[in-house]
Ligand binder design. Structure first.
Ligand code: ADP
Length: 328
């Protein structure tokens, strides 16, 4: 029976802190059972949005609907959502099992039932062997799994994750994001994950919601947002694109769709500013007319078959079918 799965909808949700409008009348429907990332630069309103969904922050105007019911005025524990915090917020004096069982204790569930449930959650995140440890006897990745188990024990419809990977080192971050993705698919519930990292969003999300200046700039499937950014902001923030001003308007072109050739050939003439070896690719930047900078990701073999150096005059080549018109 998965009749319980419910969409989460924001209807003209606004958050003001005094004179600051942190979230400005945003509307969006998060599909049930999807992995969504709220992506945007620091201060754009992502955390405020997440905290309003969770009930840890009041909604100034608008409504949060879960399965069509307005949950905006309900306390966090009554919403069908659960939040995993950035710093995990584990209780240092409680064992792993008691940390995980904590919210059931608050709900008055008897000890045997809550420890059984905690045991199941620890099994889910592969931590059964460590249930008697204290949080400071765990690695960062293990603490994160405890925090996940603790959030999931209430069987939420929607799990909210606020920068869940930011406390981890880069290697562990990549491993844990794979685990998050697997867990979401196994559970089939909705995850809404806040991040300022475009690579994290692309790696994880079915749907990316790009925020900027308190509004949603663009939302869509990860590949659609990457391949068809609507605005210069999205093209720049999602990465892997150049934004160029041409007589016909502003366009995005992917850095891997730009090639480099001898001066006098190609679409535009440029001057090489920098060459950076990145392993599989070489990243080349060049200045073109109008003082604009273009980046090209050239496959390693192709670059070294015909290398260029900073200061060289070159031709930049692209297929105009790869130019993507921007609306703003
Ligand atoms: P993000 O998560 O994208 O970094 P936030 O939602 O944390 O953005 O913040 C959005 C805006 O609201 C920022 O300008 C921030 O300074 C402001 N803000 C966030 N929380 C508070 C608060 N408790 N009191 C006052 N201003 C806040």
């Amino acid at each position: 029976m998965d009749a319980a799965h419910k969409d989460l909808e924001l209807v003209a949700v606004t958050k003001r802190y005094g004179a600051t409008t942190a979230v400005d009348a945003i509307s969006h429907k998060f599909r049930s059972g999807g992995y969504a990332c709220l992506l945007g630069p620091s201060g754009c309103g992502k955390s405020s949005t997440l905290r309003m969904i969770a009930g840890h922050e009041s909604v100034t105007e608008g409504a949060v609907l879960l399965g069509g019911s307005d949950v905006s005025r309900l306390p966090p524990a009554k919403r069908g959502t659960a939040m995993m915090f950035q710093n995990y917020a584990l209780f240092p004096h409680l064992s792993v099992a008691d940390n995980v069982a904590f919210s059931l204790k608050m709900r008055g569930v008897d000890k045997a039932a809550r420890l059984k449930s905690a045991g199941e959650m620890l099994e889910l995140v592969d931590l059964s062997a460590l249930s008697d440890r204290l949080p400071d006897q765990l690695s960062g990745g293990q603490q994160q799994r405890v925090a996940l188990a603790r959030a999931l024990i209430t069987r939420p419809e929607v799990l909210l994750l606020d920068e869940p990977l930011s406390a981890l080192d880069p290697f562990l971050r990549i491993r844990m994001r794979g685990e998050l993705r697997n867990l979401q698919q196994e559970l089939g519930i909705s995850f809404i994950h806040v991040t300022h990292g475009q690579d994290e969003a692309l790696a994880l999300a079915d749907e990316i919601v790009v925020m900027n200046n308190a509004v949603i700039e663009q939302a869509g499937a990860a590949r659609d947002v990457f391949n068809a950014p609507k605005t210069a902001f999205v093209a720049q923030f999602i990465g892997g694109h150049n934004v160029v001003a041409l007589p016909e308007g502003h366009f995005a072109i992917r850095t891997d769709a730009v090639g480099i050739a001898q001066a006098g050939t190609g679409t535009l003439q440029g001057n090489i500013l920098g060459v950076e070896y990145q392993g599989a690719h070489v990243s080349v930047s060049a200045r073109i007319a109008g003082d604009q900078e273009i980046s090209a990701m050239i496959p390693e073999g192709a670059f070294f078959a015909n290398p260029f150096n900073p200061g060289d005059q070159v031709g930049l080549i692209w297929d105009k079918n790869n130019l993507h018109k921007l609306t703003a």
